[in-house]
Design a protein around this ligand. Structure first.
Ligand SMILES: Nc1ncnc2c1ncn2[C@@H]1O[C@H](COP(=O)(O)OP(=O)(O)OP(=O)(O)O)[C@@H](O)[C@H]1O
Ligand SMILES: [Mg+2]
Length: 269
């Protein structure tokens, strides 16, 4: 359903973006891929749809979920925990399960109170274990600029994985592009990641024509006939941002009708 508010997870559901899909696919042969774009433009949808379409092993972590509002940090234990709980999805999980459990046990039951360096070692060992399984794995961190709040320095770990763990491709999405670049420091000579090559995909809002098509298609799916003037006006106002087009479409035909009635009244005939 085009107007569904969750990120799309399959190419069948994804509107347009053929160029970005192809670019992202080819980027997955690289070590580090950045998917950038303003809020609600469709970053998570692109990443999830393409990864699912390829049927490859991946881990997808929304870093916002790990952010602690009280301490204003992303606790290292949460990253570790999230990574651990995602591993069961990997096709080769049975092969690495024993080693992963050993790592977990070696960190002990009070692992979240452990020194940051031990948690970092734990994460490094998990990455090494994934890498040693021999399959290509994508590790996607959604809204990765939040990693700058991590209670452990993740940059050295990323640099290590970039240089030595050749079976892992990192995908980082970011809506706060400046913060993401600051965190990675790819152009900053004091950063461990300095000078590493990265593949970049910038998602732009849809142009007017595509926004109109998006809305038409969405309403058609809902079985609602909407006046062209209303659609054009909405396309002009919503700036081609997929999330806002979806929001305009609304959850239910009833809500859509209410909104349309209001909008119709404001459109000069
Ligand atoms: N190409 C697309 N085709 C259909 N729907 C899309 C497309 N891109 C985004 N959407 C829809 O727009 C909304 C926002 O998409 P998504 O969550 O992927 O964007 P985002 O850039 O990750 O947003 P955020 O910055 O909030 O994380 C969702 O409802 C999603 O289903
Ligand atoms: Mg997102």
């Amino acid at each position: 359903m085009l107007f569904s508010t969750e990120p799309k997870t399959s190419l069948d559901e994804l509107f347009d973006r053929e160029v970005e899909v192809e670019r992202f696919r080819s980027g997955l042969n690289e070590r580090l891929v950045l998917v950038l774009g303003i809020r609600r433009v469709g970053k998570s949808s692109l990443v999830l749809s393409v990864l699912n379409s390829l049927g490859i092993d991946y881990v997808f972590i929304d870093v916002r979920k790990l952010y602690d509002n009280v301490s204003r940090k992303v606790p290292a234990g949460r990253i570790y925990n999230e990574l651990m709980s995602s591993l069961g999805m990997l096709s080769f999980w049975e092969r690495i399960k024993g080693v992963i459990n050993e790592i977990d046990v070696s960190l002990g039951p009070i692992k979240f109170r452990l020194a940051a360096s031990r948690i970092r070692d734990g994460i490094a060992r998990i990455l090494e274990t994934i890498n040693s399984a021999g399959s290509h794995v994508v590790l996607a961190f959604d809204e990765a600029q939040y990693l700058r709040y991590s209670t452990i320095g993740l940059r050295p770990l990323l640099a290590y994985a970039y240089d030595y763990l050749r079976n892992i491709t990192f995908v980082l999405t970011g809506s706060e592009v400046g913060h993401l670049h600051d965190f990675l420091g790819l152009n900053d000579s004091s950063s461990e990641l300095y000078g590493r090559y990265y593949f970049i995909i910038e998602l732009r809002p849809f142009d007017r024509e595509r926004s109109i098509e998006f809305l038409r298609r969405g309403f058609r799916e809902l079985g609602i006939n909407v006046d062209d003037k209303v659609i054009e006006r909405a396309a002009d106002e919503l700036g081609g941002i997929a999330g806002w087009l979806v929001y305009f479409g609304g959850f239910t035909p009833r809500r859509v009708r209410t909104r349309l009635t209001r909008l119709r009244r404001s459109v000069p005939t």
